[in-house]
Design a protein around this ligand. Structure first.
Ligand code: SF4
Ligand code: SF4
Length: 400
């Protein structure tokens, strides 16, 4: 599965951060196991060294505690959540606790028997991801043969009366297919199509030079989307998420750190954002040793970038600091080396010119690729993950 951005695919913009801070959204990353190998996967590069997974009883406890704290929406994600054999049990318990539940899936492993059972158990929503409208590109980017399988799953989702929510991650290799992707969505009777341009975290950051589109590509795609919006009206709602690197103001990442969003990773690590594991010097708490309330209210990890007291200039004195919270901490770290800096996507950041250079360099690799020594795409695999983990242990893996 692939959430659209660092806030997942959830629209949290309508949620006001609670005054005391309530984790309205719980993202349960049930497992890092996944049959696909997407080049833009947002899972941590070293996912293979976090193989331990919470048990069914531990997840029940997490859901109960988070619900008691005010969490109302629950996303089951991963990796691929369907590889967990207890997924149905977890869905049933979540429904019993009163959550609105969302399964975020690549579709691989969703049989008719399983979807029927999930429906009975009260699953509210399914978000299915495709990599492209063509079998060739879908299968290439995920390094699997899964296109037809996903098409069958799309039919099952419809057959079982779920709203059809389709997510496609966009980048250089499929932005020019956006019209065909929309046509595919119409054929599949999709209600809501999320066209999420790649955000550069995790594996996408490693593959950034290969995935970054040109500004012209992006403009063409946006024009196509707008033309289809006019033509299709309410028949298909299309969300087009522009990549950060082409903006000059950052997004309100996570609606503010430790504000409304709580992710629990497969091994029980609690995170204010699912990409936060990339930040060095953070001691993220684990739900197996601390209560969710304690983690949310008192842990250093959740307090570190909460509110605005931690900010440096230019954010500190900026009138927009309560609108965008200084942008994304992971992006600030990845591009400036300091997570407390303003997100360099912001035009007011002293590091903003780096963004333009990255886009320019990526364009150069695209137009002169044959003559240049460009790193080939790195697929998300256990072997590659262990390689990254080893580099990190040896003090490498810093410069991407
Ligand atoms: S490999 Fe693909 S399907 Fe699997 S978790 Fe990553 S992005 Fe999702
Ligand atoms: S300076 Fe900081 S708070 Fe102001 S717009 Fe930029 S990122 Fe947001």
């Amino acid at each position: 599965m692939q959430p659209a951005n660092a806030a997942g695919s959830y629209d949290m913009t309508s949620q006001l951060p609670g005054a005391t801070g309530t984790p309205l959204w719980l993202l349960a990353e049930l497992t890092y196991r996944c049959p696909l190998h997407c080049v833009f996967c947002y899972n941590p590069l070293d996912f293979a060294r976090h193989e331990k997974e919470l048990t069914t009883a531990q997840w029940f406890d997490v859901m109960r505690q988070a619900r008691a704290l005010g969490a109302a929406q629950l996303g089951f994600s991963g990796g691929e959540p369907l590889v967990r054999e207890d997924l149905e049990e977890l869905i049933g318990e979540a429904h019993r606790l009163g959550y609105y539940t969302n399964l975020i899936t690549s579709g691989i492993g969703l049989t008719e028997a399983r979807i029927a059972r999930m429906k009975d158990l009260g699953l509210d929503h399914i978000q299915l991801s495709f990599q492209d409208s063509t079998r060739e590109m879908n299968d290439f980017l995920s390094s699997t043969r899964t296109f037809e399988l996903k098409q069958r799953v799309a039919k099952l989702i419809r057959q079982y009366d779920y709203p059809m929510v389709l997510n496609v991650v966009l980048h250089r290799h499929n932005l020019d297919h956006v019209g065909r992707i929309i046509e595919m969505a119409v054929e599949m009777d999709v209600d809501y199509l999320e066209l999420a341009n790649t955000q550069y975290y995790g594996w996408a950051l490693v593959n950034r030079a290969q995935l970054m589109p040109t500004r012209e590509q992006l403009q063409r795609a946006e024009e196509t989307v707008n033309a289809y919006r006019k033509k299709l009206g309410n028949r298909l709602r299309i969300l087009f998420v522009v990549p950060d690197y082409f903006e000059d103001r950052p997004k309100a990442c996570m609606n503010g750190w430790g504000s409304v969003f709580l992710a629990v990773a497969a091994d029980g690590t609690a995170l204010p954002c699912h990409a936060a594991r990339s930040l060095p010097g953070m001691d993220f708490p684990n739900v197996t040793t601390q209560s969710i309330a304690g983690i949310w209210r008192h842990s250093d990890a959740f307090q570190r970038y909460r509110g605005s007291d931690w900010m440096k200039e230019p954010c500190k004195s900026c009138p927009d600091k309560k609108k965008d919270f200084g942008g994304c901490r992971c992006q600030a770290y990845a591009l400036t080396g300091d997570a407390a800096n303003a997100d360099p996507v912001c035009g007011k950041s002293g590091h903003h010119n780096q963004i333009g250079k990255i886009v320019f360099d990526a364009h150069a690799t695209q137009t002169r690729q044959k003559d240049m020594n460009v790193q080939p795409l790195v697929f998300r695999s256990k072997a590659n993950s262990l390689g990254f983990a080893a580099q990190e242990t040896n003090g490498g893996c810093k410069e991407i």
